[in-house]
Ligand binder design. Structure first.
Ligand SMILES: N[C@@H](CCC(=O)N[C@@H](CS)C(=O)NCC(=O)O)C(=O)O
Length: 289
């Protein structure tokens, strides 16, 4: 097998473009080697010295050495290099519409993006949106309705999950995270993203991969995250567990969680903690349970 792609991401909780880039691999079964750098530190700039001329996350390097730093270009290039992966719909009309939607996301919705930066760690009850945010939400409803009506889909935007949906996953996270009111049809689409297995895994990792970042802190009242309720689980000390080896790596257990009165172990704290955050999102773990 050829070498995998390199994929550089920022903090999972906050980097909406990184989420899009990661979904373009994970939701379509394309292998990658992950490199993570903290935003608002010099980690990303330092890491990207090896990826000229990139300056933002996500950035990828293809197995043959080409650096691609723009998410829309990552989508197009992966779709061309992996024609069977299904990044774009195969029907020409649906494919064109999916491309329109991804392009408008790439260049638009600036009010929504700046007033409601993605933060997967919290959901606010009211963020006092200015008019420009309401205008962005109306535009979203209009182009989502257009996609559903034109393609006859009543689930993902253009039929099966496509790159267009990967582009709107962080918008769903913002609508959920800032309690923004949208039409029933749009809300059902938001809920579909919150329950989508790749999104759930990304968010579970985002809950635990580093300290909170100050620039995203807001003083607004909060509520529980409106996605699927995680199973109750907690980290515990010691290495006593039902399984001797980690369900993800097969390595010896060093970190343990307790769930439903039972103890399960992992080979590092990150994998234990991402499982505590949303156990049901991890099939290899649920197979143990
Ligand atoms: N147009 C870029 C936008 C990427 C972007 O703005 N990424 C943010 C994180 S979500 C970033 O890397 N910020 C760090 C910085 O600007 O220094 C794309 O399509 O990927």
């Amino acid at each position: 097998m050829s070498a995998p792609y390199d994929l550089v991401i920022g903090d999972r909780a906050y980097s909406s473009w990184s989420l899009r880039g990661w979904l373009l691999f994970s939701a379509f079964g394309i292998p990658y080697r992950l490199h993570r750098a903290r935003l608002h530190t010099d980690e990303l700039a330092t890491m990207l010295r090896d990826y000229a001329p990139a300056r933002t996350a996500p950035t990828i390097r293809t197995p043959d050495g080409v650096v691609i730093p723009e998410t829309i270009a990552i989508a197009e290039e992966l779709a061309t290099r992996h024609p069977d992966a299904g990044l774009w719909p195969s029907a020409p009309n649906a494919r064109a519409i999916a491309r329109v939607l991804a392009s408008e996301m790439h260049s638009g919705f600036t009010a929504l993006r700046s007033h409601c930066p993605m933060n997967l760690r919290v959901s606010y009850t009211d963020c006092g949106p200015p008019d420009a945010v309401f205008a962005d939400l109306q535009r979203l409803e209009k182009i989502w309705d257009w996609a559903w009506d034109q393609t006859g889909s009543n689930t993902w935007l253009c039929g099966d999950y496509s790159a267009a949906d990967a582009f709107y996953a962080p918008i769903a996270a913002r609508i959920a995270g800032y309690n923004l009111t949208v039409s029933a049809r749009a809300q059902a689409y938001v809920d579909r993203h919150l329950a989508e297995p790749n999104f759930r895994r990304w968010r579970a990792m985002g809950m635990v991969d580093g300290a909170d970042q100050d620039p995203y802190r807001r003083d607004w009242p909060t509520r529980a995250w409106p996605g699927p309720m995680p199973l109750a689980a907690r980290a515990v000390t010691g290495v006593r567990s039902e399984n001797a080896t980690c369900p993800y790596s097969g390595d010896p257990v060093t970190h343990v969680l307790e769930m439903q009165g039972r103890r399960f172990g992992f080979c590092n704290s990150f994998c234990r903690d991402k499982t505590v955050a949303d156990a049901a999102a991890w099939p290899a773990f649920m197979a143990l349970v």
